[in-house]
Ligand binder design. Structure first.
Ligand code: ADP
Ligand code: MG
Length: 350
């Protein structure tokens, strides 16, 4: 099932929550809607589901306008961040619910329901917990039940709104891997809302970055991470240092202070912390001097906080080997060079 959104707009009173959004989701794709809180992700997902109506624009399912169809007709499964399982029903009955409430003519037999629920429980690795009640499950297990419940009615589209948002970091990691596997095994078209860039980059075939009711960029994880089309996307997808710089011969220069404001053509230069080289001696190359203000060596990498001569903080990430080879300590003077930078010429105030 492919989904096409055409010029979707939605206002809440005077507030424009979505501004003419266009998006195509191919059949079988797993797409992440990624953006900060309030950017319109949930509203867009609810419009796709038909739980909310757009003020303008249309939602096409396989090319057909879906506005007249019910949730069941659209064959949409929905999983929320806080999925309220029925507390008085076992895991088994929670999953079976969507099938049991079908009109008699469409309702599978008890044996078929049992078969389908047990298959789903196996898929989410909860087959031994079918008789438990929701209160007897961990958060991660509950979300897996919620997913099974959404899948029980054999949707062709699965919509998930921050499904792992309330879970611990390591459970989230497990579940995101598991969602990817599930999506591939069940042959679904899935749209997955998250504000966590790592989650989006790791799980999705395509990441749709949203900001203030518009799509800033849509592309594969590699495209949006390595070729962001705006400062917003660049900043949202990873740690970044921002320098103001002047342009010389069409090239951005990071001067000795790391902050040159002379010259007419000013630009914003973005540098990822792991793309900055640090030396203890000046070797005449294009660099800026800074002092080491803080070192955090706990973790796979070493994080340095540098302070430039004019008081700007610069984050640098080194490998443990690079750090040891440098032999630097807090308050030492160092010389930093950007190995790779991304320049946005317009002056963005951020
Ligand atoms: P996200 O899921 O990206 O955090 P939402 O889609 O929930 O964002 O909300 C986008 C904006 O629309 C927010 O500013 C939110 O306050 C507003 N909004 C969402 N739903 C309603 C509503 N029912 N009434 C009024 N404002 C709403
Ligand atoms: Mg939301």
């Amino acid at each position: 099932m492919n989904i096409e959104l055409k010029n979707i707009s939605k206002n809440f009173g005077q507030f424009a929550a979505l501004k003419s959004v266009n998006l195509k989701v191919d059949g079988g794709e797993l797409v992440a809607l990624l953006g900060p809180s309030g950017s319109g992700k949930t509203t867009l997902l609810r419009i796709i589901a038909g739980l909310e109506t757009a003020d303008a624009g249309s939602v096409l399912y396989n090319g057909e306008d879906s506005s007249t169809k019910s949730l069941r007709e659209r064959r949409v499964g929905f999983v929320f961040q806080h999925y309220a399982l029925f507390r008085h029903m076992t895991v088994f009955e929670n999953i079976a619910f969507g099938l049991r409430v079908r009109p008699r003519a469409q309702r599978p037999s008890n044996a078929e329901i049992e078969d389908r629920v047990m298959k789903l429980l196996k898929l989410v690795q909860l087959e031994n917990l079918s008789h438990r009640y929701p209160s007897q499950l961990s958060g991660g297990q509950r979300q897996r039940v919620a997913l099974s419940r959404a899948l029980a009615v054999e949707p062709s589209v699965l919509l998930l709104d921050e499904p792992f948002g309330a879970l611990d970091a390591h459970v989230r990691k497990d579940l995101r891997r598991w969602l990817r596997k599930l999506h591939d095994e069940v042959h679904l078209t899935s749209v997955f809302v998250t504000h966590d860039q790592e989650e989006a980059l790791e799980v999705a075939d395509r990441v749709v970055v949203m900001n203030e009711g518009v799509i800033e960029q849509a592309g594969t994880p590699e495209e949006v991470y390595h070729h962001p089309n705006s400062p917003f996307v660049f900043r949202f997808l990873g740690d970044v240092n921002l320098f103001h710089s002047r342009m010389e011969d069409g090239k951005a220069r990071l001067g000795p202070n790391g902050h040159l404001k002379e010259g007419s053509e000013e630009s914003c230069v973005f540098v990822r912390p792991h793309l900055i080289d640090v030396k203890t001696q000046s070797d005449g190359s294009e660099h800026f001097a800074a002092r080491v203000r803080h070192i955090n060596a706990a973790g796979p990498n070493v994080k340095l906080e540098l302070m430039t001569a004019n008081g700007e903080a610069v984050d640098v990430t080194l490998t443990q080997e690079q750090y040891r080879a440098l032999g630097i300590a807090k308050n030492d003077q160092v010389f930093a060079t950007a190995r790779e930078m991304k320049v946005f010429v317009e002056d963005y105030s951020i």
